[in-house]
Design a protein around this ligand. Structure first.
Ligand code: UDP
Length: 245
């Protein structure tokens, strides 16, 4: 990584605004630089603390963005502020706009078969300039090499990998060597939102930094995985204490 980063629990986050990051990715597409992007929230950072293999994969990524207000707050707490949140969903939507305007190639990987098909339909209708070169739902056989071969043959500029964490980063890492070009980005549940099946928090909730709470209310089954959030906050507060001493 050549760009400035801020380390949160040893995970290096790119110091960038959302817009500057989109420009970086478009430029890398134009110059055919294969790129691995992780959009990381506190859950991902906490997972990296206990899973060395996952931590090593994060280190291999070209960019890790601050996907979550928790990361932005943590950076502030240690006195190395990041400009703003750079979320997977927002990146995906702006890259779709860029791909539409520039007639670029897109591949949609992940989510259920129905959701993937609905997301593809939305891309076709809302972004007619995009060359949608392939789709694949997220419940495929990992041992079958044909998916990576299909992606490599299609030469997409952007591959949105919506398998949820840590699966999406594992999949990208495992196959990256087989690709000669493309921006590969893990986007979590973004295809669920693009398909219209899941609503993103209303803007006012987003502005108040309560999007995580909205998700919890809408998908209460997520509460267990969210237990790491207070742990993350505690670890970061302790770190600030150490800084102040
Ligand atoms: N998903 C998938 N394959 C899997 C497991 C999950 O495609 O084997 C999809 C799931 O359908 C959803 C997305 O991954 O569209 C995000 O799932 P989850 O909410 O678990 O991910 P997170 O929010 O943690 O990234």
């Amino acid at each position: 990584m050549t760009q400035t980063t801020v380390r949160i629990l040893d995970v290096p986050f790119i110091h960038t605004t959302h817009r500057a990051f989109i420009d970086t990715l478009v430029e890398r597409t134009e110059t055919n630089q294969k790129t691995f992007v992780v959009t990381a929230n506190p859950e991902i950072v906490m997972h990296a603390q206990v899973d060395n293999e996952y931590k090593a994969i994060l280190e291999r990524a070209d960019y890790i963005t601050a996907d979550g207000i928790g990361i932005v707050k943590a950076a502030q707490l240690i006195g190395q502020p990041l400009p703003e949140r750079v979320s997977g969903y927002d990146i995906m939507m702006d890259l779709l706009k860029e791909a539409d305007a520039r007639k670029l190639k897109v591949f949609l990987l992940g989510a259920s078969e129905t959701t993937n098909a609905q997301a593809a339909e939305r891309v076709r209708t809302d972004f007619p300039g995009i060359d949608l070169v392939g789709t694949q739902h997220g419940f495929f056989d990992w041992e079958d090499p044909s998916l990576a071969a299909r992606i490599q043959a299609a030469q997409p500029d952007f591959v949105f990998v919506a398998l949820g964490f840590p699966r999406q980063e594992l999949w990208i890492n495992q196959h990256l060597d087989q690709f000669t070009k493309g921006i590969f980005i893990g986007v979590g549940g973004s295809l669920d939102v693009l398909s219209g099946n899941v609503q993103r928090a209303p803007e006012i909730w987003q502005k108040m930094n309560l999007e995580w709470f909205y998700r919890l209310v809408k998908q209460p089954s997520r509460w267990k995985r969210m237990l790491v959030l207070p742990q993350f906050a505690l670890v970061m507060l302790r770190k600030r204490g150490q800084h102040k001493k």
